[in-house]
Design a protein around this ligand. Structure first.
Ligand SMILES: C[S@@+](CC[C@H](N)C(=O)[O-])C[C@H]1O[C@@H](n2cnc3c(N)ncnc32)[C@H](O)[C@@H]1O
Length: 285
């Protein structure tokens, strides 16, 4: 059986085993997110950062769950109606319920999924938790999205994905960990350029557009001690990441309003009903 762990190995980031490179003393985005989602893979530093976020926005947990629902709906659309069979999911997060490969292979068992994350904890849990369908293939690599070549030229990525056929690039909840100094727009363009016409971009991003009362410095403070700063962006700034590609309806919108599913319970989000995140899907012409 072709499984998640096929050829799994230490990555372009470091050769020490992933477990030895986990730093519990500072908050890491993957673990804070896991805490907010109600997972079990976090340390005191992550919980502290998560609680600071909840203090600023009482709807943080519900908003994060709404974001996961958006991801699920969008992947379902890509694997179904859009007929996408290959997924490059960058900024995977710690495996939880409804991971990309489970959703995509649930619709098309032959779907192929490559997960990419720069946090070693994702690799540790990825190996333990994820398994692929018989027909499809799933793998995870540890790499940094700020180094597109290390991902696009990675042998495991190329063993699973065929870049001459459409690929869905997924960047869900990850670009707000890339500062303007790292030129996120240019990075996204590099990935977009590597895939052919008919490929899709699924992207979501934190925003303070719905929370004018919150100072950006306050919002980003929980991550000040961590390995990555957090950068909320406006609708116009997030929109830029999609440039030259064609939005699927309804365009770039609050994640809760992207094709809501009437069969899916949508819990109320305290503090105004906003998830503080934009999401959209676009196709390469
Ligand atoms: C908020 S989680 C999002 C998880 C998942 N994509 C989702 O939307 O549910 C962000 C993930 O991006 C990863 N990440 C942050 N910066 C990254 C980078 N420069 N390269 C690769 N992954 C990164 C973090 O480790 C974390 O797992």
């Amino acid at each position: 059986m072709a499984g998640f762990g096929d050829g799994l190995r230490a990555s372009s980031i470091g050769d020490a085993p992933p477990l030895t490179r986990i730093d519990p003393t500072i908050p890491h985005p993957a673990r804070v997110y896991d805490y907010l989602l109600g997972g079990k893979d976090h340390f005191a530093s992550d919980r502290e950062a998560g609680e600071q976020l909840i203090k600023l926005s009482p709807g943080t947990r519900e908003g994060v769950r709404a974001h996961r629902h958006f991801l699920r709906r969008a992947v379902r659309h890509l694997a179904g109606e859009a007929g996408i069979t290959q997924f490059l999911d960058i900024g995977t997060g710690i495996p939880t319920q409804g991971n990309t490969h489970e959703i995509a292979q649930g619709i098309n068992p032959e779907a192929r999924v490559v997960y990419v994350d720069n946090d070693p904890i994702v690799l540790v849990h990825g190996r333990a938790l994820l398994t692929s369908s018989e027909e499809g293939r799933t793998t995870v690599i540890e790499a940094d999205l700020r180094d597109p070549e290390s991902i696009l030229a990675h042998p495991q990525v190329n063993a699973i994905l065929d870049f001459t056929r459409p690929v869905a690039i997924i960047m869900a909840g990850v670009l707000h960990f890339v500062t303007d100094d790292d030129k996120p727009g240019e990075l996204v363009e590099r990935y977009k350029a590597a895939v052919p016409s008919g490929s899709h971009l699924l992207l979501s991003h934190i925003t303070l557009d719905f929370a004018p009362q919150v100072a950006e410095g306050e919002f980003t403070k929980p991550y000040d001690k961590g390995p990555a700063s957090m950068v909320p962006r406006t609708h116009a700034q997030v929109n830029e990441f999609f440039q030259d590609w064609t939005f699927l309806a309804p365009g770039l919108v609050e994640v809760v309003t992207w094709r809501p599913d009437e069969n899916e319970y949508q819990e109320p989000i305290p503090g105004g009903g906003h998830a503080w995140a934009y999401g959209g899907v676009a196709v390469k012409p």
